[in-house]
Write a protein that binds this ligand. Sequence first.
Ligand SMILES: [Zn+2]
Length: 351
Amino acid sequence: MQHSENKHLDWHETDWQRLWRAGASVPPALLLAGPAGIGKHAFAQASAARLLCESPTAKGACGACPSCHWLAGNNHPDFRYLRPESEVEAEGEASVGEKKKASRQIRIEQIRELEDFVFVGSHRGGARVIVIEPAEAMNAAAQNALLKILEEPSVSVYFILVTSRINSLLPTILSRCRLMKLPKPGLAEASDWLSQTKDKAALELLALMGGAPLRALAESQSGRAAAFGAVVAALAEPGEDPLSLAARWERQLQLKDDAGLSMESLIDIVQKWVLELVQRKLAGRGRYFTDRSRVVEQLAGRATAVGLIRCYNDLVKMRALASHPLNPKLYLEELAERYLHAIAGGKAVRG
Ligand SMILES: [Zn+2]
């Protein structure tokens, strides 16, 4: 992630003040929840820095003490950052297209290794902080192991869990944490923030990414903006043959390095597009693809509301299989068929 300066984002200022106001007690386990790509990571890092800092101010960590320097240098002895091994690896060496075998989960062993850290004592005599991100990457066994640690609170040990899928956490974990739901910024604020990065492609992706600016930036910096654009272009001018439409999408999955889309990202766009058609049909306006409102209007005009809604419901079901479709090619062909069927107003096309 880009935010090494340990500062929360401007649109989280109210939440920051609420957590760190003078005299407020800091929870031993904090759960930061909210959509992906809105700055939860920055908030967690800033909070960790604030807890570890030797002379914090109302704004946060001082940035100048030994503790702040260690944290900036990624070698603070009283800080642990738990994440899936696959992410550590992805950051380490630029992968040359080879499949990563590292776990996408936070494993139970990683949680167990915390026990020494938590129960042995601090190096500096101050706080110890553990950030777990994304918390939903812990499976049930790992969460239960964490629960055991949380049930025996230690003085000056602080857990910060970060999640964009709160429903994947065990109720027992939730009950041990203070929940803080971080909001996403307004569209204008998100656009302003992205404008400052001078990344035009990211700005164009903002609406498509549900208004989450850091997600738009990450997708753009990974080189995926073009692939997103191609998927949308295929939706706007799909032709009539499901096989060739599916083939156009398939190419966007196969791009080299990080430029290719995941199946989840692809179906996510198709879902948003169909939702846009539904909203255009029923409410006369859209929200994600305002720069393509003409073609959205045309396609929505040909389709029936019932057909579009049925298609959307089918996509929701298909979305559940997107992370491991049995046969990706067939999956895309089915997707293409359902979409073409819906925009043909229920006529033609088999399915
Ligand atoms: Zn400091």
